[in-house]
Design a binder for this molecule. Sequence first.
Ligand code: HEC
Length: 187
Amino acid sequence: MKRSLFVALTALFGLSAGAANAAGEAAPAAEHGGKVYQRCAACHLPTGAGVPGAFPRLAGRINQAATGDGGRDYLVMVVSKGLVGEIEIDGRKYRGVMPAQAGLTDEDIAAVLNYAMALKTPGEAAPAAAMEPAKPFTKEEVAEIRARHAEANPGLVHSFRAGVFDVPLPEKPAADSAVSPSSESNK
Ligand code: HEC
């Protein structure tokens, strides 16, 4: 009885369990981030390439923003409260509205940002890959940031953006440097 149940479970879950073990603790977190990212993908696309002029590119940019404290606050609050106000990316202006991503836990927000931070720019090595990867978000940090900006609204979040993307991007990053969504896990 027990044995046949074990065999059945192994057959069902053996593959995924093996993969998770091989990659260590980080794999479930990255998977979680990928699942949450599906809602972002509706606008920013699964690759994070965005739609020029409508939905900003996230791939290759988010890691950079997450290297500074102001950027970390900004990223968490964009997801938590949404964003409205003109922004400029890759020389293009965006005057869109990003709705607050309601229903996400602190853990979901940490996971989805860590996932987005590792997205590479399609067709080229991600600037993110050439840079020191930003420290991954934890749910504790997300909770702290959300508590500190509890009163924020989409327009106020826009004001957090000043200076966040000013760090110059590296010139031409090495083509083979890769940052995988699962490579960082400081718990
Ligand atoms: C309904 C479409 C939509 C969805 C869903 C969406 N976004 Fe956005 N996002 C936008 C738009 C539009 C903007 C630009 C808003 C503006 O012009 O001010 C934006 C801006 C951003 C920015 C700021 C970029 C910058 O350069 O300042 C980040 C970061 C971001 N989104 C991340 C996410 C993440 C992560 C998710 C999923 C949890 C998500 N978005 C879901 C439409 C969306």
